[in-house]
Write a protein that binds this ligand. Structure first.
Ligand code: CP3
Length: 356
């Protein structure tokens, strides 16, 4: 593997290290997805979403699609956070138009006691093959981001058996049998550490932990049931690999009220959703970590003029000295986004530096 220092564009890694950059780097959560007609065409050829994830060649093809269209500063592995519980034996399926489902949700004490962390090279070997294939195809152009879900977010899907609006099952467990939830979180933490380390060993140059549902926890429960396990992950993953430091980003959806505690977790960057003022976030934690975000994905449904103006608001709110900022959306791109609106966004973020 060529070291990151020989990357043609390392602005993303430099921003996470809070070093000087040529321009504010930008990538988008779900940059490879259904808003792109070429993604839909590849998905159709593959047959379904899971086959796309499980075939390294298809996964590589769709990872590269947004980079062929847009001047993005990072690639993200095409996969899904739910491959880990799938490898733990819960039986993942995606029903058309219906989101993810597990055939065997995790609710019984015996099943929770039997839960073990899978060997990522064995049960998730297709992800490792995808990482190696993508790194080779990127050929040093931009860095590759690996990822996983946070233990609490994965537990939400594992216990609920799919997406949920009220989180009845996991909240019942959290308040009624916290010992069971702690066991799920502890095993999942071990699974995630092994999984992210394997991705790094195969070529991921930064890692991101998606805590999509930590923000649904009560104030005191957040630290105990979500952040504590993410802290263990940050401490357990390779800090250096192949002569390079591997930065980690915690995406804290709805996590604006815990920024100080998140910044103290040892992570290099915090992913912000759009409900947090990035200027305020920078004042609170900017001296300790980089910030990633945080344009409302809904802005991309407007017009190129509005997109340019709203992007500028985020850049200006982050403030002078563009180091320590990775531009992104506050959550994944909507499937109804016109692809040319993304061109307008990437151009306005890159041009901002020219004027500043
Ligand atoms: O960002 C990227 O381009 C990398 C790939 C990626 C996907 N999912 C592909 C995907 C990543 C990083 C994820 C993370 C993920 N997956 C999260 C955390 C981030 C977030 O969005 O909050 C979560 C909660 C999931 C679980 C998941 N996967 C759900 C709830 C769904 C269904 C909702 C939907 O958008 O359809 C998925 C499916 C999924 N994962 C798609 C993609 C491109 C759409 C699948 C399709 O083609 O039909």
């Amino acid at each position: 593997m060529s070291p990151a220092s020989r990357l043609k564009n390392d602005n993303f890694l430099r921003a996470l290290r809070r070093q000087t950059v040529d321009h504010t780097p930008i990538w988008l959560m779900r940059q490879a997805g259904r808003y792109l007609p070429e993604y839909c065409a590849t998905r159709q050829r593959a047959g379904d979403f899971l086959t796309l994830c499980k075939s390294p060649d298809f996964a590589c093809e769709v990872t590269l699609q947004p980079l062929a269209r847009y001047d993005l500063d990072a690639a993200i592995l095409f996969s899904d956070i739910l491959t880990v519980p799938d490898a733990m034996g819960l039986g993942l399926c995606f029903e058309a138009g219906d989101g993810p489902r597990f055939e065997r949700p995790l609710r019984e004490e015996w099943a929770i006691n039997n839960l073990t962390a899978p060997d990522p090279y064995d049960r998730l070997g297709y992800v490792m093959d995808a990482v190696r294939t993508i790194r080779k195809a990127l050929d040093g152009s931009v860095p590759l981001i690996g990822f996983s879900g946070s233990p609490y977010t994965l537990a939400c899907y594992m216990v609920e058996g799919g997406g949920s609006k009220d989180f009845c099952h996991i909240k019942r467990m959290l308040y009624g049998r916290p010992d069971l939830l702690r066991r799920i979180l502890a095993v999942t933490t071990q699974a995630v550490i092994a999984y992210l380390n394997a991705q790094i060993e195969c070529g991921a140059q930064a890692v991101m932990i998606f805590d999509t549902w930590g923000g649904s926890l009560a104030h005191t429960a957040y630290v105990e049931f979500s952040l504590a396990y993410m802290r263990d992950i940050v401490a357990g993953i390779h800090r250096n690999w192949a002569g390079e430091t591997i930065p980690s980003i915690l995406f804290a959806k709805g996590g604006g009220q815990w920024l100080e505690q998140i910044a103290a977790s040892g992570c290099d960057g915090i992913g912000l959703d759009w409900t947090t003022d990035i200027a305020d976030a920078r004042r609170r934690v900017g001296g300790r970590v980089a910030l990633q975000g945080n344009l409302d994905p809904g802005v991309l449904l407007s017009s190129p003029e509005v997109i340019a103006a709203e992007a500028r608001k985020v850049l200006e709110a982050f403030g002078a000295g563009n180091t320590g900022h990775v531009f992104n959306l506050g959550h994944g791109i909507s499937r109804f986004t016109p692809p040319e609106h993304v061109t307008a966004l990437v151009e306005s973020v890159h041009q901002y530096k020219a004027r500043s």
